[in-house]
Design a protein around this ligand. Structure first.
Ligand code: BF8
Length: 654
């Protein structure tokens, strides 16, 4: 196996899995080699029953599919299908939360309440909903109904798109990519990809942007905002990350998936005295709720619930032999889980009506009975504790401290203080050359790359070059395991300018903002920077970039697209499956910059990817005529030396 995680906890459990003959994602990946070249290049078409067709990448065999579609049409159409599937996932996630808000407003939920009144009222204002003389529930009901209407809206523009800078909105209108309604865009994009509908590369690419914008400024933003209303606006909170958060002497209950409706209430119920007592009666010291993937990020940033791992660690977590119950809802759940769990006492239960798994028991979660269902699930976990085979429990010791929970709203206070809540200090730090720019490092972990390690190498290089990093998703978990989400990381890895900012504010140099839907927070942060002034008038003017080197899910493609369409430079590691068409590749990596101010680059090497990003940030800085960077970029050795000096100074002054 050539590439494997830098994370020693994962290595330890993978070795154990091999000994026990348990196949994991890494072996399955090896067994798939060589992967289908047509698929990697995007040259295979299965859209109609004239096919499946594939185009010969070397130009020697078939140039056209049976219908006459060439490489440009096939690759662009495939890309649109994948972008649409990714957007659909986020949009549906937002819908689930909106429906839950409506159910709450109608007084039909158990255990939920409106936790962020201020956000509810602000959103009501944004959606032109009168709030005077109305209860919170009435406002919530009106808001939920308005948002649901936007899902099915046929004409017009989605409300959150109006949060974008005026110039950007104008461009979207001019290019006819302003999203009208979330479901409208998904349906239209899919219908365009049918045999014999849209057969123009540019038009298909524009459709990619429109459908993805309905996600980033639509469904994902809805998911973030409503989660904040229901579960509270995240605030900086300490916690821990990695397999070592599992406890040998407690009932371990893992929440895995994406929609926080169940995970949040399970975390709440597991603290009830009655259950803790019951766990003790079964021989455990307590109940340990931990998370995996994005639902983990949701309860991490709001409740400080520890994270057992990211996407690639889901099978490894079960292989520790220490998990009583794993609750899965939807997205990024490996169908392999049932096979791994069958080797242990671990019970897996699927909970979402849309996601069933062969070999996994299903207990459907409903907000109307949220508390009852959560209690019965916690009970199941406790009941399963005596079935644990103690001789097969292997919990690695690795767990890392993190500080997480940084939001668009929070940045006002973290940087400007309570009395002068403002983005001004951030803007000034960029303008004066302490911070080179801001980069979102997001997305999945993938065995094709370094299984999380690519994010770590990239982020360290960015920090050394005074780049402030904002993170979500599994990339954030990877960097958390490495210790990059601690304020102390600024002294170990940040360049001198960034370090000054972190030292003054106490912020870590890498800001964890939540789950993948919370990439919408990063869009709004760009808008706030612009509103504060001094850094241009459109997102494409800003020294910012986005990257998902280890992307895996179609959702990552959608995220990449809405960033590009918003004017952001996006770097993926393994290329999008478009290299079968030179025209499409050129359009995405060159021509799009002239049209939307953002575009794509593909670079697998994390250090080279960092350099591409740094070059881009510098180009933007130059265009804005910003000052040169305040300090020279030091080598990792020089940074270490300064850090050691500082540590000894601290010891001496004590
Ligand atoms: O939505 S980062 S592996 S868990 S797709 Fe999945 Fe990728 Fe993780 Fe979250 Ni996002």
């Amino acid at each position: 196996m050539k590439k494997f995680s830098l994370d020693s906890a994962s290595k330890e459990i993978l070795d154990l899995a091999k000994k026990e003959n348990i196949r994991t994602v890494w072996e399955r990946y090896e067994l798939q080699q060589p992967q289908c070249g047509f698929g990697l290049l995007g040259l295979c078409c299965t859209n109609c029953n004239l096919g499946p067709c594939r185009i010969d990448p070397f130009g020697e065999g078939a140039e056209f599919g049976v219908c006459g579609a060439d490489r440009d049409i096939i690759t662009a159409r495939n890309l649109l299908r994948r972008t649409t599937a990714g957007s659909a996932c986020h949009n549906d996630h937002g819908r689930d939360l909106t429906l839950a808000l409506l159910t709450l407003a109608e007084g039909r939920t158990q255990g939920y309440r409106i936790k962020c009144e201020e956000k509810l009222k602000n959103l009501a204002k944004e959606f032109s909903i009168p709030v005077e003389n109305k209860s919170l529930e009435e406002i919530a009901g009106d808001l939920a109904k308005k948002i649901l209407c936007e899902y099915g809206q046929q004409e017009g523009e989605i409300t959150f798109a109006h949060r974008a800078p005026k110039k950007r909105q104008g461009l979207w209108r001019k290019l006819k990519i302003m999203p009208r309604g979330m479901d409208r865009e998904i349906t239209e994009a899919l219908s365009r990809t049918n045999m014999g509908v849209d057969n123009d590369l540019r038009s298909l690419v524009f459709s990619c942007m429109r459908v993805a914008l309905s996600d980033g400024w639509g469904g994902s933003m809805v998911a973030t905002e409503i989660s904040d209303i229901l579960f509270g606006l995240p605030e900086p909170i300490r916690s821990q990350i990695n397999l070592g958060v599992l406890k040998e002497d407690e009932v371990n209950l893992v929440v895995h998936g994406h929609v926080p409706l169940l995970s949040d209430i399970v975390a709440q119920v597991a603290m009830e005295e009655e259950f803790i007592q019951k766990a003790k009666e079964k021989g455990a010291k307590g109940i340990n709720v931990v998370g995996i993937c994005c639902t983990a990020n949701e309860v991490l940033v709001r409740r400080g619930i520890p994270v057992a791992g990211n996407f690639l660690q889901q099978e490894l977590a079960i292989t520790t032999g220490a998990i009583e119950l794993m609750l899965v809802d939807l997205q990024c759940i490996m169908p392999a889980l049932a096979r791994v769990a069958s080797c242990f006492h671990t019970k897996i239960i699927s909970t979402h009506e849309k996601a069933r798994f062969y070999g996994i028991e299903h207990i459907e979660f409903r907000e109307q009975e949220a508390l009852d269902i959560a209690r019965s699930l916690v009970n199941l976990a406790i009941e399963n504790f005596p079935n644990r085979d103690k001789s097969r429990v292997n919990i690695p010791k690795e767990r890392m401290d993190v500080v997480v929970g940084f939001t668009t709203e929070g940045i006002f206070h973290h940087l400007g203080g309570k009395f002068r809540a403002t983005y001004r200090p951030l803007n000034n730090a960029i303008i004066e050359g302490r911070i080179r720019g801001v980069v979102g490092v997001v997305g999945c972990d993938n065995p094709k790359n370094l299984s999380g390690g690519s994010h770590i190498q990239l982020v360290k290089e960015l920090l050394r070059n005074d780049v402030l990093v904002v993170q979500t998703g599994c990339a954030a978990i990877a960097c958390g395991k490495e210790g990059l989400l601690r304020p102390e990381a600024a002294f170990e890895y940040a360049g001198l300018g960034l370090r000054e900012v972190c030292e003054a504010t106490g912020l870590p140099p890498v800001l964890h903002s939540g789950a993948c839907v919370d990439n919408s927070r990063i869009l709004i942060e760009c808008c706030e920077i612009l509103k504060e002034g001094g850094l241009g008038e459109d997102i494409s003017d800003l020294p910012v970039a986005g990257t998902a080197l280890e992307w895996m899910s179609e959702k990552a493609i959608a995220i990449g697209w809405y960033c590009v369409a918003s004017g952001i430079f996006v770097v993926f590691g393994t290329p999008l499956p478009v290299l079968g068409s030179r025209n499409l590749e050129k359009f995405l990596t060159q021509e799009l910059f002239e049209i939307v101010g953002g575009g794509w680059a593909f670079e697998e090497d994390p250090l080279k990817a960092a350099q591409l990003i740094i070059k881009h940030l510098d180009k933007k800085r130059e265009k804005l005529k910003l000052k040169a960077m305040m300090y020279p970029v030091l080598s990792p050795e020089e940074l270490r030396e300064i850090n050691q000096k500082r540590t000894s100074e601290v010891i001496l002054t004590k």
